[in-house]
Design a protein around this ligand. Structure first.
Ligand code: CAA
Length: 380
């Protein structure tokens, strides 16, 4: 497998890096402290083509490959993982779902503005009683003439407060189990949609997360994505790509932690020498570098397979599992290397740890990724 970047891929990486350094990094600490959504940054990301990176230009996107996408998410998440997840949800979960399964009418009406950053999307699968066991959807959608009526509750919705559009799963036929789940596009300003309070989170604090109540919400019949009963397949296929995006987000945190640790260890002196000369520190740096690089290779592998239209379920889960472990490990070790300074806000590594933890939870916990990998191994 050739991991050399093409000129275009390197150019996208550099553009994302420049944007992250000049426009994301300066306000990241303050936004984290105030749990402030980066509205202006998201708008600029849209103008630059980062909100619909893999969507073909005829549907408003940048028409780039998944490798470009992971390179951009890594660079952006290195400076602020909150921005990384906002971008990842819009690209991988919302745009992809509509592009792959939606009608031309839905693409014209919703995908174009979502991919060009004029609208923001959120993905609604989890419920208070359906998390890892996502097949157990309680939200119902009942056909009534020319519209469906939705009732239920969704939670842990990334972008939920600021999104304009929700890609939402609901049960249209309970008797069929997960084969009775369907996907809809729901506009936020529809009567009966109740956006719950913003969660006060440990990390990724400048992204928003909320519950969504649905009380007799009318969704036009044509907003059904694909056909009735296709919802779980749409959710799972969409999440496969989403897991590559979260893996790239985690990689950005791991890489930022490693770079911070290397820099600090060369500057900080103890026992009359930089601490980088101590073997205890060198072992830590080596382990961090190995985990980060291994995660990067798994991510590129998953992205390349997706771009070649090969099956990539196992590779996406392996990438997410490894990258999220690398992120948590590297952030923890970066704090350890910084000592007391690592424990205060002045140095960024404490944020890296808080941001890293969620990558082991959302879009399928590490335990779910292990289940997915094992099932794929045993199936082969
Ligand atoms: N890709 C494609 N299809 C998949 C799949 C995958 N990764 N995982 C399962 N499926 C398919 C199965 O093949 C099966 O279909 P068939 O019957 O047609 O073969 C169907 O889905 C049901 O699968 P299982 O019988 O294996 O069902 P299960 O309940 O035993 O396991 C699960 C399913 C893997 C645990 C799944 O529920 C899962 O992935 N859970 C985690 C949910 C998740 O990731 N939630 C994230 C919330 S979204 C989020 O976090 C977004 C955000 O805002 C950041």
């Amino acid at each position: 497998m050739n991991f050399d970047l093409t000129e275009d891929q390197a150019a996208i990486r550099d553009a994302a890096r420049d944007f992250a350094e000049s426009e994301i990094a300066p306000s990241a600490t303050e936004r984290d402290l105030n749990a402030e959504f980066p509205s202006e940054i998201v708008k600029r990301l849209g103008e630059l083509g980062f909100m619909g990176m893999m969507v073909p230009p005829e549907w408003g996107g940048a028409g780039l490959d998944t490798v470009c996408y992971v390179l951009a998410i890594e660079e952006i998440s290195k400076k602020d993982a909150s921005v990384g997840v906002i971008m990842s949800v819009n690209n991988s979960l919302v745009c992809y779902g509509i592009e792959k399964f939606g009608s031309d009418h839905l693409k014209e009406k919703y995908l174009k503005p979502l991919a060009s950053g004029k609208l923001l999307g959120a993905f609604c699968l989890s419920e208070p009683e359906a998390g890892s066991d996502a097949t157990q959807q309680r939200t119902e959608a009942v056909l009534d003439g020319d519209h469906y009526v939705l009732n239920g509750m969704k939670n842990w919705i990334t972008n939920g407060v600021n999104a304009d559009i929700y890609l939402i799963q609901a049960m249209t036929d309970k008797s069929k189990g997960y084969k009775g789940i369907s996907t809809f596009i729901l506009e936020k300003n529809t009567e009966g949609v109740e956006v719950g309070k913003k969660e006060d989170k440990l990390g990724i604090r400048s992204s928003d997360t909320c519950t969504l109540g649905l009380n007799n919400v009318k969704v036009p019949k044509e907003n059904l994505v694909g056909s009735e009963g296709l919802g779980f397949k749409i959710a799972m296929e969409t999440l496969n790509g989403g897991r590559i995006g979260v893996a790239a987000q985690a990689l950005g945190i791991a890489q930022a932690s490693l770079e911070a640790a290397v820099k600090y260890s060369k500057e900080r002196k103890a026992f009359d020498a930089p601490i980088s000369e101590l073997q205890a520190i060198q072992f830590k740096l080596s382990e961090m570098a190995v985990l980060t690089e291994a995660a990067r290779m798994l991510i590129y592998q998953a992205a390349l397979k997706k771009d070649r239209r090969e099956k990539f379920i196992k590779e996406a889960s392996m990438a997410k599992l490894a990258a999220s472990q690398a992120a948590v490990h590297c952030a923890l070790e970066a704090i350890q290397i910084h000592g007391g300074y690592g424990y205060v806000r002045e140095y960024l590594v404490e944020r890296y740890l808080r941001d890293a933890k969620i990558t082991q939870i959302y879009e399928g916990t590490s335990e779910i990724q292990r289940i997915v990998v094992a099932r794929e191994l045993l199936r082969d």
